[in-house]
Design a protein around this ligand. Structure first.
Ligand SMILES: [Zn+2]
Length: 457
C-alpha cells in the first residue's frame, strides 16, 4: 500500500518547504521535492501545512480517583486526540490498591487501552508509595514492559516524601528511566485550604489563591536539588505553570543540574485566572485543576521560555469530568470539586495558532508538540518527525480559521476549556501509522487500531 502526499508545505528537518511524502504501509518511505510514484492513494496538500502528528505525553484516561473517574476512556479520549491532530499519547496511570505492583498497574492499563485506542499509545509507570519491591520493579518496567518513565507526586494522597523521592531518583539514574514529577508543596497548600475553609473563601478563585506560585516553585527547587543528590537522573517537571517555577528550572540548569526537562500545558499558555470568575463562579468551576490557571505574567513568561528554549514540551494534562454532573455542584465550594479538564483535542490547533501569532516559527512549536516529547520519552526513533523510516503519523492543516466550540468537539466531556477560541488552522487530514483516519471531516479510524508503543532509548 502506497500513499503519496503532494505539494504540501512540509515541516521536515527543521524547515518548512514544499515537498512530497511517499508512505509505504506504516512508514514514511521518502520525503523529496518531487516524487513520481504510482501510489494507491494521492493526497493533494497544496496550500496546506504538513506536520508530524502530535505527541501528547500527559493524559489521564479512565483515571480512577475513587469518587470520580475521568470520563474519557482510551477510545473516546484517543478519538478526540486524533481529531485534533495528535497521533500518539502517553498516559499517566492511576493508583490501584495499596501494595499493587507496577506490573499489575501496567497490566490493568493494558486492559483499559488495548483494543480500544484509535491511535498509538503508551503509559508512564507511577509510584504512589515506595517499597524495596516497587523500586526494584522500575528496572523491570524499563526492560520488559517498554515503560521507560515513571510518575511521582509531591502532593495528593499518593505523594512521596523526600527520602522516597531520592530512592526513586537514584534507581532511575541507574536504569535510565525518566522520572516525571508533579511539583507542589503539599503541606502549605493543605494549610492554605484549611484557612480558606475557615474563612468561607470557597469561590473557584480561591483554588488559585490556595496554590500560589511559591508552592510550585519550592517543589521544583527541591526536586532539582534531590536530582543533584541522585547524580542527575532524567527529571521531567510536568505542567510547569508559573514564572517562578520556570525560574527555578532555569536557575537549576545554570548551576549544573543536567537532564532536567520542563513541560507546560496549553491551558497555562492561554487561559488566565480571570476564568475562575466567569459567570459568577458557574463557569469558573470548570477550570479547577492543579496547578491552577495563573496570571497573564505567568503566561507571558512561559511563552518567553518557549522562545528561549527553556520549555521542552507542551502537553495537556487531559483529565475531563462532566461539568453538569461532576463539577457544577461545587461552584460554591471548590474544595470538593474533582480536579482536571479536557484539552487533548485542542492542543495542536490552539498552540500552533497562538504560537504563530506570536511569531514563533512553526518548527519550534512542533519541537514542543511532537519532536521533543517523542525523543525525551523513548519514541524518538519512530515518532515526532516527518523523516524516512519513521512511522507515517502525519497531519495536514488547512489555513481555515474556525471557532472552537463544544459543538465541534469529540471527547465525552460536555464542555471545552477553549470555547470561543478562534483557531487560524484546522486539522484537515490525519494519517496514523500509514492509515488515513481523517480527511476533510470524514473519520474512519476503527476502535482498537492503535498500538501500544514499546518505548526505548
Ligand atoms: Zn496530570
Amino acid at each position: 500500500m502506497h500513499c503519496l502526499i503532494r505539494n504540501g508545505q512540509v515541516l521536515t528537518g527543521g524547515q518548512v518547504k514544499k515537498s512530497d511524502i511517499l508512505i509505504e504501509d506504516e512508514k514514511i518511505k521518502e520525503v523529496d521535492e518531487n516524487i513520481d510514484y504510482p501510489a494507491d492513494e494521492i493526497i493533494d496538500a497544496k496550500d496546506k501545512l504538513v506536520i508530524p502528528g502530535g505527541v501528547d505525553v500527559h493524559t489521564h484516561m479512565n483515571l480512577d480517583l475513587g469518587k470520580y473517574v475521568s470520563i474519557d476512556d482510551f477510545y473516546s479520549g484517543s478519538l478526540a486526540a486524533s481529531y485534533g491532530g495528535t497521533t500518539t499519547i502517553v498516559d499517566h496511570i492511576g493508583a490501584l490498591e495499596k501494595g499493587a505492583s507496577l506490573k499489575k498497574m501496567i497490566d490493568h492499563y493494558h486492559d483499559l487501552a488495548d483494543g480500544r485506542a484509535v491511535i498509538d499509545y503508551s503509559f508512564h509507570g507511577a509510584l504512589y508509595e515506595v517499597s524495596d519491591e516497587l523500586i526494584d520493579e522500575i528496572a523491570g518496567l524499563y526492560r520488559d514492559e517498554g515503560v521507560v518513565s515513571v510518575k511521582i507526586y509531591t502532593t495528593y494522597s499518593g505523594k512521596l516524601d523526600d527520602d522516597e523521592i531520592l530512592r526513586v531518583l537514584k534507581k532511575a539514574k541507574e536504569t535510565g528511566t525518566v522520572v516525571c514529577v508533579h511539583c507542589e508543596n503539599d503541606k502549605s497548600i493543605e494549610e492554605l485550604r484549611k484557612e480558606a475553609k475557615e474563612q468561607g473563601n470557597l469561590d473557584p478563585i480561591y483554588h488559585a489563591k490556595t496554590r500560589p506560585p511559591a508552592t510550585e516553585a519550592e517543589a521544583i527547587n527541591r526536586l532539582a536539588y534531590l536530582s543533584e543528590l541522585a547524580g542527575y537522573p532524567k527529571l521531567y517537571i510536568v505542567h510547569t505553570s508559573t514564572k517562578e517555577g520556570l525560574e527555578e528550572i532555569k536557575l537549576a540548569r545554570k548551576r549544573g543540574v543536567k537532564n532536567l526537562y520542563c513541560e507546560t500545558c496549553t491551558q497555562y499558555l492561554t487561559l488566565d485566572e480571570s476564568y475562575y470568575y466567569k459567570d459568577g463562579n458557574a463557569e469558573g468551576i470548570k477550570y479547577i485543576m492543579a496547578p491552577p490557571l495563573r496570571k497573564t505574567e505567568d503566561i507571558e513568561a512561559l511563552w518567553q521560555g518557549i522562545i528561549d528554549g527553556d520549555v521542552d514540551v507542551i502537553a495537556t494534562d487531559h483529565c475531563p469530568f462532566y461539568y453538569g454532573r461532576d463539577k457544577s455542584p461545587y461552584k460554591d465550594n471548590f474544595l470538593d470539586c474533582p480536579g482536571g479538564g479536557p484539552g487533548v483535542e485542542e492542543r495542536m490547533e490552539v498552540v500552533i495558532s497562538e504560537g504563530l501569532k506570536r511569531n514563533i516559527p512553526l518548527a519550534k512549536l512542533i519541537d514542543l508538540l511532537s519532536y521533543n516529547p517523542a525523543k525525551i520519552f523513548g519514541m524518538g526513533h519512530i515518532k515526532g518527525q516527518i523523516k524516512e523510516g519513521f512511522d507515517a503519523d502525519i497531519v495536514i492543516l488547512a489555513n481555515n480559521p474556525y471557532t472552537i466550540s463544544q459543538e465541534n468537539r469529540h471527547s465525552n466531556c460536555d464542555y471545552t476549556s477553549y470555547e470561543g477560541f478562534v483557531s487560524n488552522y484546522k486539522v484537515h487530514t490525519v494519517i496514523s501509522r500509514g492509515e488515513l483516519i481523517l480527511t476533510n471531516g470524514k473519520y474512519s479510524a476503527k476502535e482498537g487500531r492503535g498500538k501500544f508503543i514499546y518505548r526505548k532509548f
